[in-house]
Design a protein around this ligand. Structure first.
Ligand SMILES: [Zn+2]
Length: 169
């Protein structure tokens, strides 16, 4: 008969920005998703948040438990935990799934076993979110790239459509 030890799963670890809070999660996570909702946007100060969701029993705080503060959202009852030293968002607990917790993907040191292929509140996606547009170096500012100007891309489109026309003619 096959016996299964709970601790036999591989572990992935993570931390907050200042390092006071450390945690570990059994690998793999249940799922990973992008959250475009207003609440997560504000809580992260970012255009959207990317979470890894896992079962509560598969996640442990290994250091800095006392540095964690909790904020409860009045309208939804959701609880967001963060490091009170550096402000890093740590855990997002939604009322609809109490046995699951969600941890920002960015805090993990390594892969979590799930790609963030799901989106929540996509209708709230902001028009200033980077959507993979082609980028070019910004002249005079090393390390800075920017979206091609509309003028240029229109000219490129014209060239492209001209070449398509000629190749299809
Ligand atoms: Zn911290």
């Amino acid at each position: 008969m096959k016996s299964r030890k709970l601790s036999s799963s591989p572990i992935v670890t993570g931390q907050c920005l200042c390092g006071a809070v450390q945690f570990e999660m059994e690998y793999p996570a249940f799922w990973a998703w992008h959250d475009h909702s207003r609440a997560s946007r504000l809580a992260h100060g970012a255009v959207y948040a990317t979470y890894v969701g896992t079962w509560r029993k598969r996640f442990r705080i290994t250091a800095g438990e006392r540095e964690i503060n909790r904020f409860e959202e009045k309208d939804t009852g959701a609880v967001r935990s963060f490091c009170r030293r550096c402000g890093t968002p740590l855990i997002y607990e939604r009322t609809r799934s109490r046995h699951m917790i969600n941890v920002p993907r960015a805090l993990f040191r390594s892969r979590t076993g799930r790609q963030p292929i799901y989106h929540i509140a996509i209708e709230e996606m902001q028009d200033w979110a980077y959507a993979g547009d082609p980028l070019v170096p910004l002249k005079g500012y090393p390390g800075v790239v920017c979206k091609r100007s509309k003028k240029k891309s229109r000219a490129q489109e014209a060239r492209l459509s001209a070449s398509i026309r000629s190749s299809c003619a």
